[in-house]
Design a protein around this ligand. Structure first.
Ligand code: PEP
Ligand code: MN
Length: 338
């Protein structure tokens, strides 16, 4: 952290800042310019209680220069983290394909999709059992029955599964029936849920909050890592912007931004960004071109009658086409699909 003094700040004010820094058991380090003094705050322990320096007389700015997250930071771990979910791996130089319906609707539905995902070379089967819907009148998911269906189909087709956990009260049962826990955009900063999910020691797919910055997202991951669970995958799924031609704006630039700051794998969810089927393929390709290590796509055998997110779900044939094209882009950027 550095404290930037105002131009021509008097020595008295500079001394006062130094005293405050020492009071907190850190060491001040003075850099005197022609008109301005900058004071570095040095110390081994994490910087705490420093923000009040901002309100001292003649202080212009207080800037953090080291990251507020440590465990998720690439400074602390330069090597990419690889997250293993059964036989599937996420991270490094591969592109992992995760696909399945928005909501699990019946055994037949998830079975058709499970078989299609497997046949097209997908690595994980997704499906929602507890759905976080905007309207209380919308389909809320099949709950535990849905969990049982995806668990059974996952075993039958030979794919590990990922299901969103929406609340601590369904954590135990979700963990029992699935291989990876998803924390959705609406819960990215539900810190109680993050910590409880982390303690299951299961791999966690953490979606970026729809209005969250890169730093806030990495700090949410830090909550999980801080509980001793290193198996975290970050997911860019589109953010709220002023535009109205798309459900959310896929922030492609978030992918290299996450990679620069964190060693955690980054995947992209073009479905929830697009909102409409025709945008899913180009956004998936853009995400992979920008360095995403996985793609999560919604697939439904008959999207016209889907109980949630029908307009954005792909039919199995279109999904197969997407996998083939993702393969080409992955190869072009030096990655492979196992
Ligand atoms: C989902 O993946 O089913 C979902 C609800 O996504 P998000 O949290 O990104 O809206
Ligand atoms: Mn959905």
């Amino acid at each position: 952290m550095i404290v930037i003094m105002k131009v021509n700040a008097p020595q008295k004010a500079i001394d006062r800042v130094q005293q405050e820094i020492e009071k907190l058991s850190y060491t001040p380090h003075l850099v005197e310019g022609a008109t301005r003094t900058v004071i570095g705050v040095l110390g081994k322990k994490p910087l705490r209680g420093m923000q009040h320096l901002q309100s001292l007389p003649e202080v212009s700015d207080v800037l953090e220069i080291s990251t507020p997250y440590k465990l998720a930071s690439r400074e602390w771990q330069p090597k990419d983290t690889i997250v293993n979910v059964g036989p599937a791996r996420i991270g490094g130089d591969t592109v992992t394909i995760i696909a399945g319906p928005c909501s699990i609707e019946s055994y037949e539905q998830i079975k058709i999709v499970g078989e299609a995902v497997k046949a097209s070379g997908g690595h994980l089967l997704r499906g929602g059992a507890f759905k976080p819907r905007t309207s209380p009148y919308a389909f809320q998911g099949l709950g535990v029955e849905g969990l049982k269906m995806i668990s059974q189909v996952g075993k039958e087709v030979g794919l590990p599964t990922v299901v969103e956990v929406t609340d601590t009260d369904v954590l135990e049962v979700t963990a029992e029936y699935t291989d990876m826990l998803q924390i959705g955009t609406r819960n990215m900063q539900n810190f109680t849920l993050l910590k409880a999910a982390a303690r299951t020691k299961m791999p966690i797919l953490l979606k970026r909050g729809m209005s969250a910055t890169i730093k806030e997202t990495i700090l949410a991951a830090e909550y999980i890592l801080n509980e001793g669970n290193k198996q975290v995958v970050l997911c860019e799924r589109g953010i709220r912007t002023f535009v109205d031609h798309t459900r959310n704006t896929l922030d492609v630039s978030a992918i290299p931004a996450f990679h620069r700051l964190s060693h955690l794998p980054v995947i992209v969810d073009p479905s929830h960004a697009a909102g409409k089927r025709h945008k899913v393929l180009p956004l998936a390709l853009a995400g992979v071109a920008a360095g995403a290590q996985g793609v999560m796509v919604e697939v439904h055998p008959n999207p016209e009658v889907a109980l949630s997110d029908g307009p954005q779900q792909l039919v199995p044939e279109d999904f197969q086409d997407l996998v083939e094209r993702v393969r080409i882009v992955a190869k072009a950027v030096g990655k492979g699909i196992e």
